[in-house]
Design a binder for this molecule. Structure first.
Ligand SMILES: *[C@@H]1O[C@H](CO)[C@@H](O)[C@H](O)[C@H]1NC(C)=O
Ligand SMILES: *[C@@H]1O[C@H](CO)[C@@H](O)[C@H](O)[C@H]1NC(C)=O
Length: 311
């Protein structure tokens, strides 16, 4: 009898304690691990594009338009992030300095080339004025967030018949595992489809086929046909994964609204947040993505990653 009363008491205490604790001390609850915040690691100036606040730098006004694709994770579709002149300039400065892209298997320690995983060439572009204006635009888009640094800009070239980047996350370890620091956001810009980089023989002779960016786990919230030109349509009027990279990928249809392939529309960009802003340091599984195989022609992209404090 006493045991029963004690159990009822305990249940009542737990019942009332839980919502109170959630308000006053969420960290006490086991289901809400709180990110242990550590001091910032040293800034690596070779990898990050530090803002120099050069008042003589004059940049063109932003000309882009933003559409929210998803709220959680935050995914933005950005039209006209780069102008034609900027795209042309990026091709010019990248072409002489491309190197084979590498992958990391242990969260950044060692890098190696593995064309099964990633088959592309990369150029870490010099920080001239055009590039610094693009960096500034990426900071502005993110509201000059505290404790956020833009990584050095990387131009990536994917050529037919094998250029691709298999499914991956842009973060390698959770925010909790790194003490609250990591690659917090990704901005992936489509720079060229062979109009400017003629390495595949020019756009007319060899138009780009394939090369979309697939997010098989990302829910699609809109069925509006105005998205068709950038993400393809459920009726398959745009190209999707041709099977070469299909590690379980599924694509949006009327029955299954999960999965999307952003088509390589030049000048446009996709921005996404990698970590949940709930103080746990957990990343979003929905950001798993691939650069689909370029089946014909050439695709050039620009990666603007941001490193900083995980919320
Ligand atoms: C430039 O300004 C930002 C924001 O005020 C500041 O964090 C940064 O340290 C400045 N950089 C230099 C080199 O002064
Ligand atoms: C390249 O990656 C694939 C897939 O992860 C793996 O099976 C293969 O062993 C890797 N090759 C090398 C040389 O590491």
């Amino acid at each position: 009898m006493f045991g029963y009363a004690a159990l009822v008491c305990l249940a009542a205490v737990l019942f009332w304690l839980d919502p109170i604790l959630r308000v006053v001390a969420p960290s006490v609850l086991l289901d809400a691990p709180v990110l242990r915040k550590t001091p910032r690691p040293p800034i690596n100036e070779a990898l990050l594009a530090l803002e120099d606040n050069d008042s003589s730098l004059t940049c063109p006004d932003d000309a882009y338009t933003v559409h929210i694709f998803s709220k959680a994770p935050l995914v933005l579709y950005v039209e006209n992030f780069l102008s034609l002149d900027e795209r042309r300039h990026l091709i010019e400065i990248s072409t002489p300095i491309y190197e084979a892209s590498t992958v990391t298997h242990d969260g950044g320690g060692t890098v190696q080339r593995n064309a099964t995983v990633r088959d592309s060439e990369v150029a870490v572009v010099p920080r001239d004025n055009v590039v610094r204006c693009i960096e500034a635009r990426a900071r502005r888009l993110q509201g000059w967030r505290d404790d956020l640094w833009i990584e050095r800009l990387r131009v990536q070239r994917y050529q037919a018949p094998s250029g691709h980047y298999s499914y991956h996350y842009d973060w390698s370890r959770s925010g909790a595992a790194t003490g609250g620091w990591g690659r917090v956001s990704s901005l992936m810009v489509f720079v060229d489809d062979g109009e400017l980089d003629e390495s595949a023989g020019g756009r007319d002779a060899s138009p780009l086929k394939g090369g979309g960016t697939a997010f098989p786990r990302l829910p699609r919230r809109s069925t509006d046909a105005r998205w068709c030109k950038v993400i393809g349509c459920p009726d398959g009027t745009k190209e999707t994964d041709d099977g070469v990279n299909s590690d379980g990928a599924v694509y949006a249809s009327t029955d299954n609204p999960t999965g999307v392939v952003f088509q390589p529309v030049v000048g446009n960009a996709v921005f996404w947040e990698n970590f949940r802003p709930d103080g746990t340091g957990r990343a979003y599984e929905e950001t798993w993505h691939a650069g689909l195989r370029v089946r014909q022609g050439v695709k050039v992209g620009l990666n603007i990653w941001s490193w900083g404090r995980v919320d």
